[in-house]
Design a protein around this ligand. Structure first.
Ligand SMILES: Cc1cc2nc3c(=O)[nH]c(=O)nc-3n(C[C@H](O)[C@H](O)[C@H](O)COP(=O)(O)OP(=O)(O)OC[C@H]3O[C@@H](n4cnc5c(N)ncnc54)[C@H](O)[C@@H]3O)c2cc1C
Length: 290
């Protein structure tokens, strides 16, 4: 199939892009890597009157680490995956990026596009949640930041307004010595995960866990944090038995969807196993260099 007719605008600057979004508010969509939007348009699962192409906006492709790790929205997955700044300041993000589709997808797909698309099976929304990150957005009305916890509002839905351009994301610089893990399961390499768990764990001078963050993929309409499990970990000694008990708690209140890839009960069991593995791996990396 072919997309329904639309008017194509190639924005030459960020100002022009936000002006176009304001002018055609509600009838315009941004196109970045096109890896999610083009299939939706071609299958006519989405239609749009105006397409605003941001691929010429080189200022949205920068990576810096001054106080926070900041990555421009137009940065390709593959560029971020190979960035030494990203590896140094956010090893969880560097690892999560390698799970996105295949190299060809990662060469085109952008970090901003993935966050704006907000697929609950995608790696980056869960990564932003696990890192307590935020996104920067811009419109003709000004700029604002949105915390990860306020960004994902439902299946493929965000709190971005129709005239807002996502310009970048930022996450705190990596806490020295923190452990991390990305665990997910897909039937074939490169497929979207059936479910997944991303974990950050750190231990204080007293040997007790002082911070635990777990984000889950593919178990709800949005990526979610396993807050009850996180709370159960803090103040405890890292131990194999703890991972098992907490992994059950992590999925206790979830009602994952059933689909052709697996039933709700299967996803719950799978996710519990992935949480246990991610806790064990994160603990084994505490104190290790990224
Ligand atoms: C075969 C295949 C396998 C894939 N596997 C995975 C996978 O395993 N994991 C995974 O996470 N993803 C996967 N993807 C999706 C891929 O990561 C996409 O790159 C990503 O979802 C969207 O990024 P994009 O730059 O291509 O966005 P686009 O497709 O250009 O846009 C996606 C949406 O975001 C909006 N948007 C884009 N940029 C902005 C912006 N700056 N501001 C506001 N709105 C914006 C668009 O309007 C659109 O609604 C796969 C895709 C394909 C085709």
């Amino acid at each position: 199939m072919k997309p329904s007719a639309f008017e194509y605008h190639l924005a030459a600057s960020t100002n022009e892009a936000v002006d176009l979004l304001a002018e055609h508010e509600g009838d315009a969509k941004v196109i970045a890597g096109g890896q999610s939007l083009v299939p939706l348009l071609a299958l006519r699962l989405a239609r749009v009157d105006h397409l605003v192409d941001v691929n010429r906006l080189n200022d949205l492709g920068e990576i810096s680490a001054n106080g926070r790790l900041r990555i421009g929205a137009l940065t390709r997955h593959r560029t971020a995956e190979r960035s030494t700044l990203v590896r140094q300041h956010s090893p969880l993000l560097a690892d999560a990026l390698t799970y996105i589709g295949h190299t060809a997808i990662r060469n085109r797909g952008t970090l901003g596009g993935s966050l704006a698309h907000a697929d609950p099976a995608a790696e980056l929304p869960a990564t932003l949640l696990a890192l307590d990150g935020e996104v920067e957005v811009r419109s003709a009305r000004g700029t604002r930041t949105i915390a990860a916890g306020d960004l994902f509002t439902g299946f493929l839905s965000t709190s971005l307004e129709p005239d807002e351009l996502l310009t970048g994301l930022s996450v705190p610089l990596w806490k020295p010595g923190a452990g991390w893990s990305v665990q997910e399961f897909a039937r074939r390499s490169g497929d979207f995960a059936i479910s997944g768990a991303l974990t950050v764990l750190s231990v204080g001078a007293d040997g007790l866990i002082d911070e635990a963050r777990i984000a889950l993929i593919g178990v709800a309409p949005t990526a979610v944090r396993a807050t009850l499990a996180e709370q159960a970990l803090v103040g405890q000694h890292p131990a194999e038995a703890l991972w098992s008990s907490v992994s059950d708690a992590a999925v206790a209140d979830l009602e994952p969807p059933s689909d052709l890839h697996g039933s709700s009960a299967y996803r719950k069991k799978l996710t519990s196993t992935l949480v246990r593995r991610s806790l064990a791996e994160a603990a084994s990396r505490i104190g290790a260099a990224a």
